[in-house]
Write a protein that binds this ligand. Sequence first.
Ligand SMILES: Nc1ncnc2c1ncn2[C@@H]1O[C@H](COP(=O)(O)OP(=O)(O)OP(=O)(O)O)[C@@H](O)[C@H]1O
Ligand SMILES: [Mg+2]
Length: 240
Amino acid sequence: MDSPLLRLADVHVSYGGIRALGGVSLEVQRGEIVAMIGANGAGKTTTLRAITGLVRPTHGSITFDGTEISRVTTPHVIALGIALAPEGRAIFSNLSVRENLELGAWTRRRRKGPTLAESMEHVFALFPRLRERLSQEGGTLSGGEQQMLAIGRAMMAAPRLMLLDEPSLGIAPKLVQQIFDSIRRIAAEGTTILLVEQNTRIALEVAARAYVLETGRIAMSGSSAELRDDPRVREAYLGG
Ligand SMILES: Nc1ncnc2c1ncn2[C@@H]1O[C@H](COP(=O)(O)OP(=O)(O)OP(=O)(O)O)[C@@H](O)[C@H]1O
Ligand SMILES: [Mg+2]
């Protein structure tokens, strides 16, 4: 079997003296959508920050396509083909939708792939609303539109692996469905996805497999169907 696209082995991260991750191990195979679920403060964002080089693990290994990246700087991680749509969206409020999208494409100069215009069209095919709002300032978009822009910006890098940090956060249920349909389509087109969510129900719908993170450790993992039926998951994450 192929080696996984992403592998974390016993990853530890501390902030100051306080441990946020105490040995996280997980794998994501090419083409998969894998979810990571867990409560506030469990370490989900920290895991994504470790993958993207925004925090440095004190112990453990992170490999992307067989290359060790746990000591690699963020620009290099991005250049390898990993894109992050961060928690809280973090788009540039004073820049237009077009400028936000163009910023997502800055790594493409270093890699082969689609042109800027092709990537823009790809984003608009998924999120037609962004085309209608190209010259609007990012900060004036609705919350759902900002989430579309954050995902669109990550797509502009033509990544091999997309990391999504709580795309459902603060968004109306109807729009959440639409955004998750788009995530499915992005995956169907060949981008591997690691999806962090507190909305366990929708995460288990869209992902084939999931990991449950509790206080910096993987407490459970399995197929989404298995986890949906697990009494502990039902009680703690699905409201009984
Ligand atoms: N920059 C930081 N400095 C100190 N502690 C931090 C820092 N960032 C996160 N932490 C702590 O690390 C732990 C894990 O935080 P993290 O943001 O990874 O959780 P999370 O699972 O993403 O939570 P949420 O669902 O609320 O976003 C928390 O206890 C948090 O307070
Ligand atoms: Mg978080």
